[in-house]
Design a protein around this ligand. Sequence first.
Ligand code: NAD
Ligand code: UGA
Length: 324
Amino acid sequence: MKVLVTGTAGFIGSHLAERLLAEGHDVVGVDAFTEYYDRRLKERNLEALVTHPNFQIVEGDLAVIDLAGLLDGCEIVFHLAAQPGVRASWGNDFHLYLERNLWATQRLLEAVRDRPLHKFVFASSSSVYGNAERYPTVETDVPQPISPYGVSKLAGERLCLAYASSYGVPVVALRYFTVYGPRQRPDMAFSRFIAALSEGQEIMIYGDGKQTRDFTYVSDAVAATVAAGFEDVSNDVVNVGGGSRVTVLDVLALLREITEQELSVRFVETQRGDVRDTGADIMRARDVIGYNPRVSLSEGLFRQIEFSRASNAAPALPTSVPRD
Ligand code: NAD
Ligand code: UGA
């Protein structure tokens, strides 16, 4: 099948495109190489893709480019392009969240609405829940985002569902829960912790470190995304969580154990927009897309450290490291 992956040069998009190519599909990628983080990292993300004969990359902004040509022959759209980042979404940059998370999504939906399409998969987020009414959180629980980013992702998700109900666009919105692993965005916690450790800097913890996240390894998120594209499911919203919920302090303990290094930690104030806890009920994902997260936090964190070390950004690992 020929598929479109938006945001292909990003963290999750690049892993997804690699997986789709490995499964024999033709992949058209589009990315605007936005300035949110270093373009060189995004170019590096594409290294394994650009030499593949079934891969084509288009540099362009979904908010402005001609989409008809881009979509030509594509049967599935994996829409991952977005302005991410919870804590950066306050203030003057909110227009970027509107343009990249809503306007770009609306243009794409308009462009597909009268086409025969097998699936439109939208990358939504656990941040739509805000401080959820219960844990683990079920898809039908009332979304109450507390960050502008979360509001923009919820609006994007609802826009997709509006096109599903009025035009029959076969939409699946996946609510990813804090994804990590090799190539993780540099603004995210694990990347920042590993970089601080390798540079001998303090690790900064927002709040008391007892906040929890349902961390999800990137290959698990990708497996769910591929299944959402190809399985017989549409008009649906599905949680994609890692299957275990831990505190940020637990992550630090694991980091210490894996690297056998002492960590220098500074606690600073809780950041506006950060939810206290996330935790996914993944029963729906199991039922409709056969999702089953496979990579444990210790194994996944180990792999991310190894990757960073290979990119000269992580502390040396001791010869015997704990693994599952
Ligand atoms: P990322 O920033 O690494 O990737 C997004 C890519 O989209 C970037 O390469 C960027 O250049 C591109 N892009 C942004 N606006 C664009 C536009 N208008 N046109 C074309 N390209 C554009 O982010 P990521 O962490 O890989 O996240 C991927 C998706 O998953 C996003 O939709 C994000 O909101 C969602 N998500 C991520 C996480 C996570 O933990 N990483 C969790 C929940 C949801
Ligand atoms: C992540 C992504 O950045 C969002 O794009 C995504 O939508 C969201 O997950 C989601 O699941 O919906 P976040 O959970 O904030 O957001 O991910 P991290 O940046 O990895 O932060 C994890 C935790 O570590 C948060 O509690 C944060 O406050 C904390 N943290 C982060 C620190 O204590 N110190 C840091 O330097 C960075």
